[in-house]
Design a protein around this ligand. Structure first.
Ligand SMILES: Cc1cc2nc3c(=O)[nH]c(=O)nc-3n(C[C@H](O)[C@H](O)[C@H](O)COP(=O)(O)OP(=O)(O)OC[C@H]3O[C@@H](n4cnc5c(N)ncnc54)[C@H](O)[C@@H]3O)c2cc1C
Length: 394
């Protein structure tokens, strides 16, 4: 394909902005338009459940770039106007306000939409946490010091519980796993995480799925577990997963299957690409379809996509990586650890709460976890690149 005259990026956040920056760094001088559903300039999401929720940062600090750096990109930002449809052959995007934006190449980077519990819509005191506005609204409710129940024992739920405890809020964490992140990290990391939360006063109500909410006069009063027990709550955060924000692509003819399905170049159709949390692409070295929900992936995938738009024709083959901060634990995870892998502690000690764990399957390293040892974990990451599972990955 020739270099496009005009690139349209749908989604004005981590992945979308990184695509534009990479295009410009690689020397692209054509027209760029960025369409975003939210009215805010691009901001970062990881601080939302940490510094923004706790109040240690003013909202402006979450901005990905100052306005001057955005201007220097020479891109048109069309904000507060969600895309509602895509005509693939014309690469034309319709928006909620009735605009039609067409371009020679389209990059889709619309992220995720949180899953909801039945009956939560419109109920006062019930929150989700995906956007800056969500974080500020949740913070306002927590400032009154009421009892919070977090629905969701994954990374986001556990982070919210930790931050809310740091604010002095009484917190219960509910979810089906035996410990937070148990299905992702297995032992000993998930057990230690449970210990950490319990020590800081989080009431762990794990091992039972949440079936719904209770309410009185339109305000939430509790979270019902599948056992029938109700956990009393003044405020509830529903953080039990999210789905790719692809509903606006329904009817476009593009393949949607838990994400926008792409080839190894992150291309969904001729001159249409996907980046970030909503992109499902074929990882060539793993030889499987993958979708990653983490911050580093949004940037790295954007760089590959920008190159491919400009004709580089490179597959995207990352070693997955994410981090999470909870209380005083800084946890860094490389590769694909799993609870059924064999885990060995290769540096530090679990009891000291500073360690590196390597996860092996059939003797091959598949994941590395650093607990308050980011540098050392990064060093062990090198082992992943030599296993057949991840060999050849960047
Ligand atoms: C609270 C929170 C904490 C996190 N913490 C961590 C962490 O500690 N470590 C880590 O690795 N990752 C973390 N993540 C994940 C990380 O932030 C995401 O992986 C990253 O933001 C993905 O970037 P993205 O551009 O793909 O999607 P997003 O950042 O979600 O951006 C998508 C953008 O598209 C917009 N959009 C949606 N639909 C439309 C539409 N129809 N038209 C136009 N625009 C649309 C959205 O409004 C949004 O601005 C966290 C996420 C959240 C929500």
């Amino acid at each position: 394909m020739n270099t496009p005259d005009h690139v349209l990026v749908v989604g004005a956040s981590a992945g979308g902005l990184a695509t534009v920056e990479a295009l410009r760094r690689k020397g692209y001088a054509g027209q760029v338009t960025v369409l975003g559903a939210e009215s805010h300039l691009p901001y970062d999401r990881p601080p939302l459940s940490k510094q923004i929720l706790s109040g240690s940062w003013e909202p402006e600090r979450a901005r990905l770039r100052p306005p001057s750096a955005l201007s220097a990109l020479d891109a048109e930002f069309v904000l507060g106007d969600p895309a509602t449809g895509l005509e693939v052959s014309a690469r034309a995007v319709r928006t909620a306000s009735g605009r039609v934006l067409s371009a020679d190449a389209v990059v889709v980077a619309t992220g995720l939409r949180p899953r909801t519990l039945p009956g939560q819509t419109g109920l006062a005191g019930v929150h989700m946490l995906r956007t800056l506005d969500d974080a500020l609204a949740l913070r306002m409710d927590l400032l009154s010091g009421t009892r919070l129940v977090v629905v969701g024992d994954g990374v986001l739920g556990a982070e919210i519980a930790a931050t809310a405890r740091g604010m002095g809020v009484p917190v219960a964490l509910a979810g089906p796993q035996p410990a937070p992140l148990a299905l992702q990290l297995g032992q000993p990391a998930a057990g230690l995480l449970a210990e950490l939360h319990a020590e800081h006063g989080v009431e762990l109500r794990l091992g039972a799925a949440v079936s719904g909410l209770t309410e009185r006069h339109g305000r939430v009063t509790g979270v019902r577990l599948e056992t029938g027990e109700v956990l009393p709550a003044d405020v509830v955060v529903v953080a039990f997963g999210a789905a790719p924000a692809t509903e606006w692509l329904a009817g476009s003819g593009l393949e949607l299957a838990d994400g926008l399905v792409c080839d190894s170049r992150c291309r969904a159709a001729e001159a249409i690409y996907a980046v970030g949390d909503m992109a499902r692409w074929h990882h060539e070295t793993l030889d499987r379809s993958l979708r990653l929900e983490n911050r580093t992936n949004a940037t790295e995938q954007a760089i590959t996509v920008a190159g491919n738009i400009l004709g580089e024709d490179r597959p995207y083959t990352p070693i997955p990586y994410f981090w999470t901060d909870q209380f005083d634990a800084k946890i860094h995870v490389h590769g694909m650890p799993s609870p059924d892998a064999e885990v060995s502690i290769v540096e530090g000690a679990v009891a000291e709460r500073r360690f590196v764990a390597v996860y092996r399957r059939d003797g091959q390293a598949v994941g590395v976890l650093g607990w308050n040892m980011p540098k050392q974990a990064r060093q062990h990451r090198a082992e992943l690149a030599t296993t057949p599972l991840l060999a050849g990955s960047a």
